[in-house]
Design a protein around this ligand. Structure first.
Ligand SMILES: *Cc1c(COP(=O)(O)O)cnc(C)c1O
Length: 357
């Protein structure tokens, strides 16, 4: 007799993973990682933590929470840590969702959101993006009912890179009932030129139901260590997402590395400037090929692939050692999501794409 699994295992979608991790010499433009290594001082801090790996990590993550509290001038009791911000998303699902409850999010958006309803038996309400590939915030508001527990706004949005200015988010928050938790997923906020990424913290003071979700995986270049955080309007959100997880959810190496990375805000600014400059050059290159390009405020670009067949173009790119993300897997056939790499990687991608579209 075969072993029996839960109903949930049949419901859960399989995450569309990128390839290339076992390969050498590829331009890895499929997962929105930083093309830079860890910041100065981070490797040493991580090595220091490895030396005491016989001990469990601090389950309260207190040093990292204090460092974030100092960086943002915010209450450490309202800062939650996760093994990547996805860990906080899945914990929030467990803490907030159940059969009969509803979660509202835009589509296409981040591939982890569909897991949240599937894992908990809640109902997912997907709201299509507008014609400019942005969240349709009014349409999302219209979907909020007495059953809504959670609304997720991905700003800038993955996979389209588009963002709403903070003023639009502010108007949105003013209309959301106070019992509905809003997670503002800001994994890419540092790359946006619309607003200062610190400005959204002002909203937390007015809206206890708001959670700002951020990560060390993108601009900080620590995707491989899995560490993210949430700035919570209400301390009870942190307590709830800690309650549903194993006690040692964030390892000691990740905690030490993230704390060291936070100290290098100078290097952070430099990397953001380089990424934004490379983004503009990449957008221009794509437009020169006659492709449609969504307006990006992130470290990746959502663009059409012309009249060619998506799978053939992606295979052609792979033959030329370039990996980007297929739009079909992300909700829109004939489009693709390309991460902004180094200028050399971006040139390699554009040269390869020119031969294929
Ligand atoms: C990459 C990404 C994250 C971060 O995931 P981690 O688990 O922190 O690596 C969160 N939200 C979105 C929309 C992302 O694209």
């Amino acid at each position: 007799m075969a072993i029996e699994f839960t109903d949930k295992i049949r419901r859960l979608p399989v995450y569309p993973t990128a390839g290339g991790y076992a390969l050498d010499g590829f331009a890895m433009l499929a997962s929105n990682e930083a093309p830079f290594g860890p910041m100065p001082g981070v490797v040493e801090a991580a090595a220091g933590a490895v030396a005491t790996a016989n001990r469990y990590p601090d389950p309260s993550n207190m040093r990292l929470r204090r460092a974030l509290a100092a960086r943002y001038d915010y209450d450490p009791m309202k800062i939650a840590i996760g093994a990547g911000s996805c860990d906080i998303l899945l914990s929030a699902a467990e803490a907030l969702l159940e059969p009969g409850a509803e979660v509202v999010y835009a589509w296409p958006s981040f591939s982890v959101y569909p897991h949240m309803a599937a894992a908990t038996g809640a109902t997912a309400i997907r709201v299509p993006l507008d014609a400019e590939h942005r969240h349709d915030l009014d349409a999302m508001l219209a979907e909020i009912t007495a059953a809504t527990r959670l609304v997720i706004v991905c700003n800038p949005n993955n996979p389209t890179g588009t963002a709403h200015p903070l003023a639009a988010v502010e108007r949105f928050m003013a209309e959301v009932p106070r019992h509905v938790c809003v997670i503002l997923d800001e994994a890419y906020c540092e790359f946006s030129t619309l607003d200062d990424p610190d400005a959204s913290l002002a909203l937390l003071k007015r809206h206890a139901n708001l959670v700002l979700l951020r990560t060390f995986s993108k601009v900080y270049g620590l995707a491989g260590l899995r560490v993210g955080y949430a700035l919570c309007g209400d301390e009870r959100f942190r307590v709830a997402v800690e309650q549903v997880r194993q006690p040692f959810f964030c390892n000691s190496v990740a905690q030490a590395a993230a704390e060291a990375a936070l100290l290098r805000q100078d290097e952070l600014t430099r990397r953001i400037e380089e990424t934004v400059a490379n983004r503009l050059a990449l957008e221009e290159g794509l437009r020169e090929l006659g492709l449609d390009v969504a307006e990006s405020q992130s470290n990746f670009i959502w663009h059409s692939l012309g009249d060619g067949d998506e799978q053939e173009i992606l295979a052609g790119l792979r033959d030329r050692k370039v990996l980007i993300r297929s739009g079909r897997a992300l909700g829109r056939e004939g489009w693709a999501r390309t991460t902004v790499g180094t200028s050399a990687e971006n040139r390699r991608f554009l040269d390869a794409l020119r031969e294929l579209v």
